[in-house]
Every structure is written in C-alpha cells, then in structure tokens.
Design a protein around this ligand. Structure first.
Ligand SMILES: Cc1ncc(COP(=O)(O)OP(=O)(O)O)c(N)n1
Ligand SMILES: Cc1ncsc1CCOP(=O)(O)O
Length: 525
C-alpha cells in the first residue's frame, strides 16, 4: 500500500459545521481543496451513529483515494476497513490494538511530551500527533499547549526512525508558516504534516480553507530547501552586503516600529534617525494591526515590561510575521524574573523572531543555560565557547542570534561572525545595547526591502532579506562609530560621548566599515 501523505490531515468535528453545512459536503469540499488524509472523530455519537458516519465518509474518501483513519474506536475501524486508527494516551495500548487490527493498519498516537514520543517509538507507532501546539476551542486540553518551540525536541526524538509526525491544536493559515519554520529541530527534522479541525470544518468555504493551508505547507518546504542549500558567505560577501544595507537604509528610510523601554526610548529614536531610518514608538495593542501595514520592521525590547505592553507585543509580532517583515527581540534582563522569562517564552511561541540580541547573561537565561548569569540587565560572565553557543541558539530559535560583549558573535545557525570593534565607553552609557537593537531592526528593515522574493510568499515569514549581514552591519556601524566618537574634540566622558556617538553614526560611511571592521567568519564545521 502507498505510504500516507500527511501534509494536510483533516480531523472532523460535526459540532463545528456552520449552520446549514453538512458533514459529507464539507468533507468532499475539503478533499477537493487538498486534504491528504482524513480522521473521523466523533466525541458524542453512539456506536450506531459513529458507524454510519464512518461508513459514508469511507465511501467518499475511497472515491478520491484519500486514506481514512478512525479516532479512538478499533471496532469501528475494523468494521469499515479503515486505513488506520488514532489513539490517545489513555486509549487502548498500541501493542494490543496492533494484535486486533489487520496487518498494515496505520496506528497513530497523540503525544504531548518527549517521553511520550519515545514511548510511541518503542511501541511501534506509525505516526505521532504532537500537540496541542496552541490553545484551541475545539478540545478541552488536559495538558498545557506545547508551543511551537516545544515541537523541535519532540521531532528530534524521532530522528533515525520512520515515524511520521503531524502537529495539532490551534493551527490556522495565519500561523502555519510560523509553525513550520519554528518547529523544525536543530537536526533539521521537520513536521510531515499538520492536523487541522476548525480552520477547515468551521469555514464557510472548506475547499478554499484547505487550499490555503496546503499551499502554505508546500511553499514553506520549498523555502526551507532553498535556505538549506545556501553556502556559507565569505567575510567580503557579508561586508559588501552590510554596506549595501547601510546605503539602502539612508535611501529608503524604512519605518521601524519600536516597542522599547522607557529608559532608552529617546536615544533609540535618535540613533534610528541617525542611521537614516524613521522611528515609530507605539505600544497600544489596539493599533498593532494598523501599524503593521505601515512599518517595515519591529523591535521588541522587554526592558520595562508590564502586562499591558506584553499584550501589544504579542499582537504586533503576529501581524508583522503576517506582513513578512522582520522582528528583532531584545530580551533585556530576561533572567531577572519569572515574569520576564515566561513573557519571552509566550512571545516566541506566538511569533517568529528574525533576530534575537542579548548579552551573555540574557542569552544564557533564554537558552536555559546556567553557564553565565546576570545582575539585573548586566551580564556577569561569558561563555567558555561563545561560537558554539551562538550557533546552537540560532539553530534552536531558527533565527539570527547576536551575542554582545567585548567581542560580539553573530550567527545564522550556520556560520558565526566574530567582531571585535567598539570603544569601552559604549559599555559605560545606559542603553547602548538597546540602541544596537534599534540599529539591527533598522538594517533588517532595509535588508528586507532590498529583496522582493514573492515566489513562495505564503510559506515564508520575510521577503528573503540577508539578516545576518544586517546584524553584522548594525554592530559594525555602532561600534566603529563609538571608536571614532571618542576621538572627537570635547568628548570627555559618558555625557559628551552619547551625542558624539549619534553624530558619528550619522556621519559614518561604508568605507569606514570596510576599513575599520575587525571581523572574522567561522564556518559551521
Ligand atoms: C492527529 C491527531 N493528533 C492528536 C489527536 C488527539 O487525540 P486524543 O488525545 O485521543 O484526543 P481526542 O481526539 O480523542 O479528543 C487527534 N485526534 N488526532
Ligand atoms: C483533537 C485535538 N487534539 C489536540 S488539539 C485538538 C483539536 C484541534 O482543533 P483545532 O484545529 O480546531 O484547533
């Protein structure tokens, strides 16, 4: 028998059908839209009704050569000759079900933890349903949602097995590109498909709903394939691109929406202007949808986070991902409280960051490492192997990571760029790290405007901007400007240094970057 294509796995729920819509009609439309496998899930029907629905659904699926799986009930699966069954953790154990079912029957099981995935592997499951990823109105959940970032380790547990994996729970066309990008494991293990209930069943047009989901899934696979085949850029390639991004920022003056802390808002806006970009400092959740239509990038800085600003940040990032613009996250002082840690986790499970920037203490806290700690927003140490740390965090978070310090490390998960510029005064003023966040966001905006890759638009969270070069350019701009600022007449300490720094950022030229950059690129091997 042909292997099952799990790309778009429809799980039915008749209670969600819009008024006037019939189960079989919806099922047929969804199949026409591109559903590749169907699970009949009946939570309230008695045996006779379940059997009838399953028989009718099977006849329809057979006509379209779509495999049908029965939720929970081995007897119904046997009665209709279903292609498989889906079991929950408290349903019949896989080994017992296997004995009852004909050879070749597919058995899938729901998993909410890595341990459950390992047990499913041991028990000989054919596929696993990983979830719930997000909260959902469709099912009362018995465990907290895993989040996009929780899926990678579960997929990694399936490395070197031929067990397929689908995600389930809260999946819609508006969050699918994020799910597919963010769930990929550090070993590049990807989901084989997504299981969806309400986004198809409750839609007034199930055919279009299925079409949308399937096309995002397919274009996301193509984007991932293209990214993987890219070779490591040389030092000169990165520098050249960084200089182009610097020029583009001045030419196009991108609008950079910044949700930052109250300590640095003014100097962040000024450094943005000095780069040639345009700052927009706004926090109200109510206006995030509108602002995402105007801005070219978003900076999220949690320095003075309160619950209200978190709501705005959650919304803003969601809209910015949908607009295919970059997001820079600065998890300021994340290690200081559980509120900050949990908030960052919620943010990163709600949207995909393009760049995460922080000092050693912040990035250690974000990565769950105890190698270095923080005192408030300041880092109290460094990593033994910062190159490996930065690369691994970039792979785990599926974005560019900037580790700041005396030496800066920037990685896209493949290569690591090591930068050694910067005057010590930069570390003495408040908010230099936050200003760097503004610089990275401005250059990311310009980098994204430079590209217009619309080929796989549905499956990609940006336009294909070179965000590694943008981050490198931003660090070099600020650090080289700081070196030149201290040489200015009249600069005697931190008070006179800040305005000189802003002036020097505005005056800096691409030749200065090429001339003064103390930069090395380390390949992934
Ligand atoms: C593909 C897929 N994954 C998970 C589930 C959930 O199954 P279960 O945990 O048994 O919960 P119920 O569906 O029985 O409510 C699923 N059905 N399909
Ligand atoms: C059956 C099930 N198991 C975990 S979440 C879920 C429901 C998913 O429904 P929806 O796709 O509407 O969020």
């Amino acid at each position: 028998m042909d292997p099952i294509d799990f790309t778009l796995y429809l799980v039915t729920d008749r209670s969600l059908l819009p008024a006037g819509k019939d189960h079989l009609e919806t099922l047929e439309q969804a199949i026409k839209g591109g559903v590749t496998v169907v699970q009949i899930r009946e939570k309230n029907a008695d045996t006779a009704e379940f059997l009838q629905i399953a028989q009718q659904s099977k006849a329809l699926c057979d006509r379209y050569k779509i495999p049908l799986i029965v939720n929970d009930r081995i007897d119904i699966a046997l009665a209709i000759g279903a292609r498989g069954v889906h079991l929950g953790q408290t349903d019949m154990p896989i080994n017992v079900a296997r004995k009852l079912l004909p050879e070749g029957t597919i058995i899938g099981i729901s998993c909410n933890t890595v341990e459950e995935v390992l047990r499913a592997k041991e028990a000989g499951a054919d596929y696993v349903g990983l979830g719930a990823v997000w909260s959902t109105q469709t099912k009362k959940l018995t465990s907290p949602p895993i989040g996009v970032r929780g899926l990678g380790v579960m997929l990694e547990a399936l490395d070197s097995s031929n067990i397929s994996a689908v995600a389930i729970g809260g999946i819609k066309s508006s969050n699918l590109a994020h799910l597919l990008h963010g769930s990929t494991s550090q070993t590049e293990h990807r989901l084989d498909g997504v299981a969806v209930v309400s986004d198809i069943v409750a839609s007034p047009n199930p055919e279009e709903a299925a079409q949308r989901l399937r096309s995002i899934f397919i274009s996301s696979r193509l984007v991932a394939g293209e990214l993987q085949s890219k070779s490591t850029p040389s030092r000169d390639d990165i520098l050249m691109k960084a200089c182009t991004i610097m020029d583009t920022t001045r030419k196009l003056s991108p609008l950079v929406h910044q949700m930052t802390n109250v300590v640095v808002a003014n100097q962040s806006a000024n450094i943005t202007l000095a780069l040639g970009a345009s700052p927009m400092m706004a926090t109200a959740p109510e206006e995030m949808g509108d602002l995402s239509k105007l801005s070219h990038a978003l900076l999220v800085n949690i320095g003075t986070l309160v619950s209200g600003s978190l709501q705005g940040m959650l919304k803003a990032g969601y809209f910015v991902n949908a607009a295919r613009n970059p997001i820079v996250l600065d998890p300021v002082g994340i290690g200081a409280s559980d509120f900050r840690k949990n908030s960052v986790s919620e943010l990163l499970n709600s949207w995909q960051a393009t760049v995460i920037k922080g000092n050693a203490g912040e990035l250690a806290a974000l990565a769950g490492s105890s190698e270095t700690v923080s005192k408030g927003v300041d880092s109290l140490g460094s990593f033994k192997d910062p190159v490996t740390f930065t690369r691994q965090l970039a792979r785990k978070e599926r974005c560019v990571v900037v580790l700041t310090g005396e030496t800066d490390y920037i990685s896209d998960g493949k290569c690591v760029v090591i930068l050694k510029n910067g005057d010590p005064l930069l570390g003495k003023i408040t908010g230099s790290g936050c200003m760097l966040g503004s610089c990275i966001a401005s250059y990311c905006a310009a980098a994204n405007l430079l590209e217009s890759n619309d080929e796989y638009s549905g499956g990609s969270l940006d336009r294909g901007g070179n965000f590694l070069a943008a981050a490198v350019g931003a660090v070099l701009t600020l650090t080289i400007a700081s070196e030149l600022a201290t040489k200015r007449e009249g600069v005697r300490g931190i008070g006179s240094f800040l305005p000189a720094l802003i002036d020097n950022v505005a005056a800096l030229q691409p030749e200065d970057i090429r001339r003064f950059a103390k930069m090395k690129v380390v390949d992934s091997n």
